[in-house]
Design a protein around this ligand. Structure first.
Ligand code: HEC
Ligand code: HEC
Length: 354
C-alpha cells in the first residue's frame, strides 16, 4: 500500500512537471484579475480604459514581458530598445520613419498617438505597426507566430490574460492580443512625482529662479507657453491638440505633420503638442530633432519663429521673431522646465524589464 502510494505520488509529480515544461499544455487559471490604474492627480479625471480591453494584472504582466522582449523582432529589437525607461521611455534618435522617438508618460490620458495623431487608441499603436509591415520592430507574422507558439511561457501568459490559445487564433487576432497587452502595460506608466508635483502638494519649495520661470511660462506678454503646454491644473503638460508652433517656413515630407493624416491644408505643419513632463531628458527636441538642448528651444521661441500660412495665432510675436525673452528670462524658463523631471518614474521597478 505504502509503496503504491509513493509511486502514485511520483506519477502525479511527473504529470505536473510534464505540464509545466511543455509549451503545449495550457492550464486554466480562471478569469484574469481586474486592475484599476491609480489616479494620483486631483485635477484629472480617471483614465478612460476602453471596454474592449479592460486592464488586468495578468494583461499588464504579459504586456510588460512583451515590451522588453525581442520576440516580436527579427533584428534583436524590443519596444524598449527605442523606448528605454531611463530616458522616460524615449531615446535621442530618429525612428525608421524619420521622426523623433516619442516618450511614454501618462499616455493613458492622451487621445491621439504619434506626432501626427494618426492612431486614436493606445490599444492600436502596436497593432498599426504589426499590420503595416512592422517597420519599427522589423518582423514578419510567421516568425511571430512560430516564436510565440513554441515559447515555454507565452501560450500560458496569453491564456491567463485573455482566456485564449494564442497558437490557435488567426494572425489578425494574434496582433490584436499582442497590441492590447502592450497597451495595458503602457497605461500603467504614470508619472506624478516631479519637483513641480511635489511643490503643488506643498512638499517642497521652488527656487526664486524656478518661480520666475513659471511666471514667464504663464505670462501672455512673456513666454505664453501654457495655452498649448498646459498649466498647474493640467499635469499632462500638453493640450493634446495639434499646432504649428512656427518651426518651419515651408513644409514638405514629414514636416507636413497632421496634414499627412487628414489631407486638410489647414493642418500643414501642425504636430501634437509634446508633453513637457521629463522634457529635460528627451533631447533632441521637435518632431525632427531640430534642437539639441532646452536652451536652444527657448531661444527659438524667443527669436527664431518662422512664419507660414498655418502658424498658430498664439505665435503672435512672429513678426519680431518671437517672445523676445532676454537671457535671464530664458534661463529662468529652462530652470522651470527642469522642475517637471520625475526621477522616481525612471527607476520605478514596476516598469522595468521583468
Ligand atoms: C525603432 C524604434 C522604435 C521601436 C522599436 C518602437 N518604437 Fe514606438 N515610436 C518610435 C517613434 C519614432 C515614434 C514616433 C512616431 C511618429 O510619431 O511618427 C514612436 C511612437 C510610439 C508611441 C506614441 C507615443 C505618443 O506620445 O504619441 C507609442 C505608444 C509607441 N511608440 C509604442 C511602442 C511599442 C509598444 C513598441 C513595441 C511594440 C514600440 N513603440 C517600438 C520608435 C520606435
Ligand atoms: C501654439 C502652441 C504652442 C505654444 C504657445 C508653445 N508650444 Fe512648445 N510646442 C508646440 C508644438 C506643436 C511642439 C512640437 C512641434 C514640432 O515637433 O514640430 C512644441 C514643442 C516644444 C518643445 C519640445 C518638446 C519635445 O519633446 O520635443 C518644448 C521644450 C517646448 N515646445 C516648450 C515651449 C515653451 C517653453 C513655450 C513658451 C515659450 C512653448 N513651448 C510654447 C506647441 C506650442
Amino acid at each position: 500500500m505504502r509503496i503504491n502510494g509513493i509511486s502514485l505520488l511520483c506519477v502525479a509529480v511527473l504529470i505536473v512537471s510534464c505540464k509545466k515544461d511543455s509549451p503545449f499544455k495550457i492550464v486554466d487559471n480562471g478569469p484574469a484579475t481586474p486592475y484599476e490604474i491609480p489616479n494620483p492627480f486631483n485635477s484629472l479625471p480617471d483614465m478612460e480604459v476602453p471596454s474592449y480591453n479592460p486592464t488586468t494584472a495578468e494583461g499588464i504582466r504579459l504586456g510588460r514581458k512583451l515590451y522588453y522582449d525581442e520576440i516580436l523582432s527579427m533584428n534583436n529589437k524590443s519596444c524598449s530598445s527605442c523606448h528605454p525607461q531611463v530616458l522616460s521611455f524615449t531615446k535621442s534618435s530618429m525612428g525608421p520613419n524619420g521622426m523623433q522617438i516619442l516618450p511614454h508618460i501618462n499616455l493613458g490620458w492622451n487621445k491621439a498617438y504619434g506626432w501626427n495623431g494618426e492612431t486614436t487608441a493606445l490599444d492600436s499603436v502596436a497593432l498599426a505597426d504589426l499590420e503595416h509591415g512592422n517597420v519599427f520592430l522589423n518582423a514578419n507574422n510567421d516568425s511571430i507566430k512560430a516564436r510565440i507558439s513554441n515559447h515555454p511561457e507565452y501560450p500560458q501568459l496569453f491564456h491567463d490574460a485573455f482566456g485564449i490559445d494564442i497558437r490557435e487564433v488567426s494572425t489578425s487576432e494574434r496582433q490584436i492580443y499582442i497590441s492590447y497587452a502592450l497597451a495595458q502595460f503602457m497605461r500603467t506608466l504614470v508619472s506624478s512625482d516631479s519637483k513641480f508635483d511635489r511643490y503643488l502638494r506643498g512638499e517642497t519649495d521652488l527656487s526664486p529662479m524656478e518661480l520666475y520661470g513659471l511666471d514667464i511660462f504663464y505670462r501672455e506678454d512673456k513666454g505664453d507657453c501654457f495655452h498649448c503646454h498646459g498649466d498647474v491644473y493640467n499635469p499632462l503638460w500638453t493640450d493634446n491638440l495639434f499646432h504649428n508652433n512656427g518651426l518651419k517656413s515651408t513644409h514638405s515630407g514629414n514636416d507636413l505633420g497632421r496634414y499627412n493624416v487628414t489631407g486638410n491644408p489647414s493642418d500643414i505643419g501642425k504636430f501634437k503638442t509634446p508633453t513637457l513632463r521629463n522634457v529635460e531628458l528627451t533631447a533632441p527636441y521637435m518632431h525632427d530633432g531640430s534642437f539639441s538642448s532646452l536652451e536652444e528651444v527657448v531661444a527659438f521661441y524667443s527669436f527664431g519663429l518662422q512664419d507660414s500660412p498655418t502658424i498658430d495665432p498664439l505665435m503672435k510675436n512672429v513678426d519680431y521673431g518671437g517672445a523676445l525673452l532676454n537671457p535671464t528670462e530664458q534661463a529662468a524658463l529652462v530652470a522651470f522646465l527642469k522642475t517637471l523631471t520625475d526621477t522616481d518614474f525612471l527607476f520605478n521597478s514596476a516598469y522595468s524589464a521583468p
